[in-house]
Design a binder for this molecule. Structure first.
Ligand SMILES: [Zn+2]
Length: 113
């Protein structure tokens, strides 16, 4: 039922280039908003470190390597969808198969989205 609905939506999008363009514009706008938010968070944290007397430049590359490693570990965590029992990435908000909310309460960073 859900896949029939998805197929229908894909056909509507394929046969309507302006709709596809609008959807892509909305996706780009959402990504730009997320990027701006992350940039603001980063600058705020940088300022907080400087204000607290820490030098944020002291080991930025080392900290970046740690963040990359930690993200890879979080990205590997999977949970079972409560509705369709599909194995899904825990840091995804919704099941990629059926759209059910995953509501994972484990070790997820606010930077996972
Ligand atoms: Zn599911």
């Amino acid at each position: 039922m859900t896949s029939e609905k998805n197929n229908r939506q894909e056909k509507v999008v394929e046969s309507n280039p302006s709709l596809e363009s609008e959807i892509n514009s909305a996706r780009i706008n959402a990504l730009e908003l997320k990027l701006e938010t992350l940039s603001i968070i980063t600058e705020s944290l940088w300022n907080l470190f400087e204000d607290s007397g820490l030098d944020p430049r002291s080991d930025l590359k080392g900290e970046m390597a740690k963040v990359i490693s930690d993200r890879a570990k979080r990205d590997a965590i999977t949970v079972r969808c409560p509705a369709c029992h599909s194995q899904e990435k825990a840091n995804a908000s919704y099941c990629q198969k059926c759209g059910e909310s995953l509501d994972y309460l484990g070790d997820i960073s606010p930077f996972d989205y």
